[in-house]
Design a protein around this ligand. Sequence first.
Ligand code: F6P
Length: 380
Amino acid sequence: MSPTTRRLGILTGGGDCPGLNAVIRAVAKTAILQYGIEVVGIEDGFQGLIEHRVRPLGIKDVSGILTRGGTILGSNNKCNPARYCTGRTSTGEPIWEDCTEKCLTTLARERLDTIIVIGGDGTMACAAPMAKAGINIIGVPKTIDNDLVGTEITFGFLTAVATATEALDRLHSTADSHHRVMVCEVMGRNAGWIALTAGVASGSDVILLPEIPFDLRMIAADIEKRMRGPGFAIVVVAEGARLKNGQQVIGRYDPTSPDPVRFGGIGNLVATEISDLTGIETRTTVLGHTQRGGAPIAADRILATNFGFHAMALLASGKRNRMVVRENNIFSDIDLFETVGKQRLVPIDHPLIAAARAIGTSFGDGAGSIVPKPIPAALV
Ligand code: F6P
């Protein structure tokens, strides 16, 4: 941080996520208690900079928020200051305005030359014009999707996995009672981290990831085998999962959003096809925003606190435009813009996929499914 930094801004951008308040608390308390710096909260992400909506954050404001879901500052995943939608023309076309100057004016009026930006790749991209104009941006990686490049984990992910796992556990008992196939759609955009991790944690029978295109006939065959055994089956499908022809199911398209595509509907498609191909009764559950809401689990509270603390340590060491990351369990930092426009997908040779395949989990691709391999000679 520059030796003259006496005030620090903090904003939360993009979709909300469990642990945001824990980061805000860690940053604000460290700034105030360790460095004597004033902290200013910016409301509703970059929208608050455009509209000059900020408020002071004192120790009292950030006490008691560690366990609270959401963000006390509000967030926004539709606001890119450099390409901000101010309305529509008579023919319905979005009207765009570059609001970067408005943001810089707010920062100047608030005497802020440094902001902690808590967000994903989209939020970091939105911060770029301000960094170019000389504002020091320190990023903290947030998303339940766990798909940010440069960090092995983002906060919020483990809570989303815990929520999805609990839901899948509950679907098990009702699937068992009714001898049904239960299909559960989980979030994650183009990355299958939530589906893979919750799928393995819940012992799901079929896990469908965007990274492994699936074949509905293979899924149907795997489910028929499973029905001959336990008599029910659980399928977890990532919202961005692809059919073998590459098709994904888009739920909504909003051209005014920096991330215009929202996935949704693959669960219903898979359930309908399974039912048509096998004749087995099938139901769909879409977990949606339940995965983003609610209190962070203990691991996320700790991760978020560590990220907040390390963000302040980065500032104190004088670094500029960096994002705090964790790799091999060690906190460090990378160039803030290294994540922009990229996604950290699940590698198809990920050890958890190998472990799942070994216990008979189907990924809908016919590879390594329920056919047992010969026992290696060394084990006989
Ligand atoms: O990136 C987080 C995420 O929850 C994705 O998993 C999901 O696709 C998207 O945000 C949903 O966004 P919205 O809140 O705009 O519906």
